[in-house]
Design a binder for this molecule. Structure first.
Ligand code: ADP
Ligand code: MG
Length: 471
């Protein structure tokens, strides 16, 4: 629901505001109390009248600093928001650099960046103007106090009430007290700002996940999945993605889900991993409602290969071992072999230590998908979900991956999601989805015999393949 830039701003900026309160604000307040407690009694003992005149300008100092600083804070907040916008923009531009180039939007992006940074500069300069008044004002007010001490004290010396030494003494006391008093104004505005920041942080910290476990059931699952009249509507968009979907996959069996894009296939995968809760109906795994399982225990036993691959800028080895840190060398190699990636990896000079992304090697789309498969397979899950994860490989590679997956799939419940029928031939049960509803189900042969939607899709895709449209 939130964008990355805003969250990053809360983590870095707001947290540092609160830190400013916890550190300096508390320190200066203690400093103030201690210095006042020691200095003021001594001043009063020397001369009451001079003490009053010396201390008189200090509250004015404190209050003016408070007001100036509040103004500074208000401006800084605007600047901070500007910076958050700017960093979101930059972050998106860099991650989408290829799209920007391909659509020749460099100029637009540069102009938009220039506009945003100009806004940022103008705001910063406004702040600088206020800041430049800040120190002269403190200096002026403290100077005024010194003049008062010398003037009033001088007259008292003339009248023989105090000595020269007392004036020197008072100027010294004054210098001691000025900074804590100035800091008081400064810290009170800091506290205000920290309060606002803490509120923004709290919004974030107090957000409760709606996905909670009912019974915290922790147990090894066998992998039987039942969807019982499941309907699901995405809470943030209101789009109904699934309508009355029922199916059953026995443990160790496989199920294929085909359908065009937007038909709700990924939604089924999300629901099995319990990224969302169903709107109505029930999902039952091994006879227990999915809500009864402890979330980490459930997700830990599912190998989910998402549609959009995400790899970390880390070594191939660490990317494979991501879900299982105690992975042995053999297990890792086996996972790479099972996902048909091994031969690609061993030609890299660094082999499994090769660093991906950023400063390292960049894999092709198909290699990324296979690495993503290796990651899921390596943790030896009981339920394996492949969400359209073979879309970036050609049919030949797809076949070889599916063949090696057959071995792994033997004792696992597998859900293969694909918009391509070639990926699903190997499974016994096939569901065909359209607009969130199951329109056909059965084995490949049965569905072909029906000559319905599946048959039509099959014919169409086979034709594309033979004419080379897909290769
Ligand atoms: P498929 O995987 O078959 O292409 P999805 O399950 O991703 O389809 O999407 C089904 C429908 O749900 C689509 O209409 C899509 O717009 C919507 N949808 C998917 N993900 C989200 C989401 N995170 N928030 C809101 N709506 C979504
Ligand atoms: Mg999808």
């Amino acid at each position: 629901k939130n964008n990355t830039g805003d969250l990053m701003a809360r983590i870095s900026e707001d947290v540092s505001q609160v830190r400013m309160y916890l550190g300096p604000a508390i320190m200066y307040i203690i400093d103030l109390i201690v210095k006042f407690a020691i200095t003021i009694p001594i001043m009063l003992m020397v001369n009451v009248e001079l003490s009053v005149y010396t201390l008189l300008p200090l509250p004015i100092l404190s209050i003016s600093i408070y007001f100036i600083n509040s103004l500074i804070n208000k401006r800084s907040l605007e600047i901070q928001r500007g910076l958050a916008r700017l960093s979101t923009f930059v972050q998106e531009s860099f991650s989408g650099i290829r799209v920007i180039k391909a659509f020749v939007r460099e100029k637009d992006s540069t102009e938009k960046f220039a506009e945003e940074s100009n806004k940022y500069r103008t705001q910063s300069l406004k702040l600088t103007v206020i800041n430049s008044f800040f120190f002269p004002l403190i200096m002026m007010l403290t100077g005024l106090s010194s003049i008062l001490v010398i003037f009033i004290g001088g007259q008292q010396v003339i009248h023989g009430e105090i000595s020269y030494g007392n004036i020197t003494e008072f100027i010294f006391y004054l210098n001691k007290l000025t900074w804590p008093v100035a800091a008081l104004g400064w810290t009170s505005s800091l506290i205000q700002r920290a309060e606002a920041s803490q509120q923004r942080i709290n919004e974030f910290l107090h957000t409760k996940t709606e996905i909670v476990s009912e019974k915290n059931l922790v147990k090894p699952i066998n992998g039987k999945i039942v969807f019982d009249h499941v309907s699901f509507t995405y809470p943030d968009s209101g789009i109904q993605a699934l309508k009355d979907v029922s199916f059953e996959v026995k443990e160790g069996e496989s199920l294929a889900i085909v359908g065009s894009t937007g038909s709700g296939k990924s939604t089924i995968a999300n629901l099995i991993c319990r990224m969302y809760d169903v709107t109505s109906g029930k999902i039952i795994i091994d006879g227990h409602g999915i809500r009864e399982y402890q979330l980490n225990s459930l997700r830990g036993q599912i190998g989910y290969i998402p549609q959009d691959v995400f790899l970390f800028s880390d070594s191939i080895k660490n990317n494979i071992a991501f879900g299982k840190t105690d992975l042995s060398e053999e297990q890792m190699i086996q996972a790479a072999k099972d996902s048909d990636l091994y031969n690609n990896i061993i030609v890299f000079p660094e082999k499994f230590e090769t660093i991906l992304g950023e400063r390292g090697i960049t894999l092709s789309g198909g290699q990324k998908q296979r690495l993503s498969i290796a990651r899921a397979v390596a943790r030896e899950p009981k339920i394996l979900i492949l969400d359209d994860c073979l879309s970036a490989v050609d049919t030949k590679t797809e076949n070889s991956i599916l063949n090696s997956l057959q071995k792994i799939m033997k004792d696992k419940t597998t859900v293969i999601i694909s918009h391509r029928v070639s990926s699903v031939k190997l499974t016994k049960n096939i569901l065909m989805l359209a607009e969130g509803e199951i329109i056909e189900r059965g084995t490949h042969e049965e569905l072909m015999g029906k000559q319905g939607a599946y048959y039509a899709l099959y014919q169409k895709q086979m034709m594309e393949e033979t004419t080379g449209a897909e290769g």
